[in-house]
Ligand binder design. Structure first.
Ligand code: HEM
Length: 213
């Protein structure tokens, strides 16, 4: 089994936990209002701010560098979505929740200095955005009638998801890490999933009573 396949196997249950959250159930069923959806863009803005700051440090690293692809970067798209959803003063209206701050703290702790740690977080977010994100995009378009404005986060102009993911998996299969480093990487991906799950669970707690109403 290649390393990318091993990674997917090892994190299958982490993915299941991240996927089956009340917040996504509500999003996919069209039960979120606009503010409930905007709350996701708000928290993701803070995550990508830190992750993409780390990209600038990692782009010259021999192993992590090739993973840094500017077309993937989500911060400009999130800023555009938030401006569309909240208006020009959007930046003054958003704050990271406690779980999001914890996620940012973990990124600060490892993603600027440990290449495999950066790749672990890169994989968990961007491959997810290119996969489940596309299912969410369809649901959001159905719910709100957004074409591009409001859902730019889910659009990757210049990237063909299927081919990109295949190349990404090949790159993972070829990383020159030894067995110890591979295990540390796998543990960090699980951690990244847990940080996402905690952030999304927190989002659900703040948004779902309104969605159910
Ligand atoms: C409603 C929520 C979600 C749905 C419906 C969903 C759906 C999917 C699907 C169908 C795939 C397989 C795509 C393929 O094989 O090409 C996938 C892969 C993936 N998802 Fe999700 N997902 C969700 C949430 C998440 C979350 C919250 C994360 C983490 C932040 C995540 C991270 C990933 C990753 C990293 C992969 C790539 C797995 C691999 O091939 O190595 N997903 N997702």
């Amino acid at each position: 089994m290649g390393f990318a396949a091993e990674l997917r196997e090892r994190t299958r249950s982490d993915h299941r936990a991240a996927q089956h959250l009340g917040y996504f159930d509500a999003l996919l069923a069209g039960r979120l209002d606009r503010a409930g959806y905007a709350a996701l863009s708000e928290q993701l803005f803070f995550v990508y701010q830190t992750l993409e700051e780390a990209a600038d440090v990692m782009r010259t690293d021999p192993v992590a560098g090739p993973f840094v692809v500017d077309e993937l970067h989500r911060l400009p798209a999130l800023a555009a979505d938030l401006e569309f959803l909240h208006g020009p003063d959007w930046a003054m209206r958003i704050t990271p929740g406690p779980a999001t701050r914890e996620y940012q703290a973990r990124l600060r702790e490892i993603a600027f200095t440990w290449p495999a740690g950066y790749v672990a977080h890169h994989y968990t977010r961007y491959l997810g955005d290119l996969s489940g994100g596309q299912i969410m995009l369809r649901a959001l378009r159905r719910s709100f009638g957004f074409a591009e404005d409001g859902v730019r986060f889910f659009l990757f102009p210049g990237i063909e998801a299927r081919a990109f993911k295949e190349r990404y998996r090949t790159r993972l299969d070829e990383v020159p890490w030894d067995e110890v480093e591979r295990q540390r990487f796998l543990d960090e991906v699980s951690w990244a999933y847990r940080l996402n799950t905690a952030m999304l669970a927190e989002l659900g707690r703040s948004v779902l009573p309104r969605a159910a109403a």
